[in-house]
Design a binder for this molecule. Sequence first.
Ligand code: MV4
Length: 667
Amino acid sequence: MFSKILIANRGEIACRIIQTAHRMGIRCVAVYSDADANAHHVAMADEAFHIGPAPSSESYLRGEKIIEIAKQSGAQAVHPGYGFLSENTGFAEACEANNLVFIGPPSSAIAAMGSKSAAKAIMEKAGVPLVPGYHGDDQSPETLRKEAEKCGFPLLLKAVAGGGGKGMRVVEHMGEFDEALAAAKREAKNAFGNPDMLIERYLTQPRHVEIQVFCDQSGNGVYLAERDCSVQRRHQKVLEEAPAPGLSEETRKAMGDAAVKAAQAINYVGAGTVEFLYDVDGSFFFMEMNTRLQVEHPVTEMVTGQDLVEWQLKVAWGEPLPLEQSQVKTRGHALEARIYAEDPDQDFLPATGNLRYLSTPDESAHVRVDTGVIEGDEISIHYDPMIAKLIVWDETRDQAINRMVQALEHYRIAGVKTNIRFLHALADSQPFREADLTTGFIDTHRDLLFPKSKLDTHKALVLAAGFVLEERKSTESVSTDPWSPFGRRNSWRLNSEYAQPLQLQVGDEIHELKILEKDDRYQVFVNDSVYSLTAKLDDDYLQAVVNGHRISIHGNLHNDQLVLFYEGDTFNCTVYRENYVSEDMAPEGGLNAPMNGAIVAVQAKVGDAVTAGQTLVIMEAMKMEHAIKAPADGVVTEIFFSEGEQVSEGAELIAIEIAKESAEEAG
Ligand code: MV4
């Protein structure tokens, strides 16, 4: 077996590969960009080499540089992971040419799947079912029209050079054909430099079912069941599962055999995936083959009990496949949800920022978390916004869904917007539970996937008050001596004669709360209502009783940003500053970017005396301008950005020293 390999990747997949390699006694060399100097994959590896600046084109895509490092470090093989160089024929060849084992298929197999029409021709010859249509070289409009008539409508024009849904056009009838063809060709020419089209009958309600295949260097092949990846959004997979619900044993076997034939037709070696369109009537058709280990491979591992990275390493070393087809068994059901840094409420706009609070569900035989980040890490614009893959397993699909829902509730992130709430609604929805899976799932069930908050605002505000008050107590009671006059009870007794104001901002609205404390109970006044509250905070865990309803939730208070986590949902509010400048915070006042954006204007200089409410910086984000204002009177001590610069959400823009009188008033 190899004694040292290089992992030409980053993030969760680099960590995933290192984990198995280490278990097998293989040393790992990592590579990293400027942005990843402190990344988890670098820390996990035995050694790591810097390969360039943050942009992938200058780091993780630099094949030659990576090969040079592999040779220099004494690595015998290179694992490309997925993405980056994993399906780059030039890189696979360069590895081979430099006596490095490319842990993946031969470059010829990658190349064979590069063109859709060539791939279809190979598959047709191998007897793999294809969607009826045309994939010939004759691209004259007359031939294409004739083939369209033969195919029937609706039909789909697909770019021969396309992939991932780019360059596709549905044509409903012949009257639309010429115009659609011209437009699709133009688009394909622009996007891929190749205007050639293939024609397929358009399946209106297909599912995406893919087979995991493996081949060794002697040409033996097996399939490790299938995955259903129908739940996608703009050709990005969201939830995947194994096995595919409702697939009959006969279909599974037929699809598996077809997938192995497909792989063998191109002399495949290693891990590959053959994607099929699976139609409502049970028929299936070859779509494409992915010549790499895929993101969603863990669901296959969970149901087969096999480690696919271990298989890859063994096959690359020249060993036979660990199992024969008859030995491959599956058990139970696995689901994977992809946790992305994105904002579902802004059309899934990718989000960036610091993972200032990160708490993951406990891992077990039922729950697995594949991730490459830890609390405090930055989600940057440079790479894929996937934060983690959450994988669950149980005996039945329904139980697995319950596990997923629960695990999502235990996945808590503050500092970066995520799709966790969306995934929670999706996994818990009736149509998903009923396995009403088609590639149109998310569009069809849109109304179910953006649910209203389950926590009413008043109750959330009362809990927020409990969190803030208890957190203040724990930080203010510096003394651990229970008899100290500065201990927690005494210092608060002093204030218990009158109502404490607390202002919490939710969205654009500021809620003025009044709080009375008596005998370890609070009375919280919100608008015209009063709530009785007891609260106990243990680190991030709040146990509260609100009007006799016991609620235990987690939360995170960072500066003045409070996030509460409740049943997969989050409640966010700002603890209004005027009231929150406590002694440890004054006299420094920080001002942070409310979102990712550009600095349009800086309207103050270091040394300027400024007054509360004065505009200091103007930012532009999503075509709107936002004024950043002084929270109190003070003097500007530092300015961190200049006009025209891009800033990330949460970045400190300007520092001011708050004037003494102003700080006292506020405190
Ligand atoms: C199709 C199809 C319906 N009929 N082909 C989209 C990505 C590309 N690789 C193939 N795709 C499709 N091809 C025929 N003949 C529907 C899709 C499709 C799709 C496929 C899998 C998963 C999600 C999808 C979302 C939209 C369209």
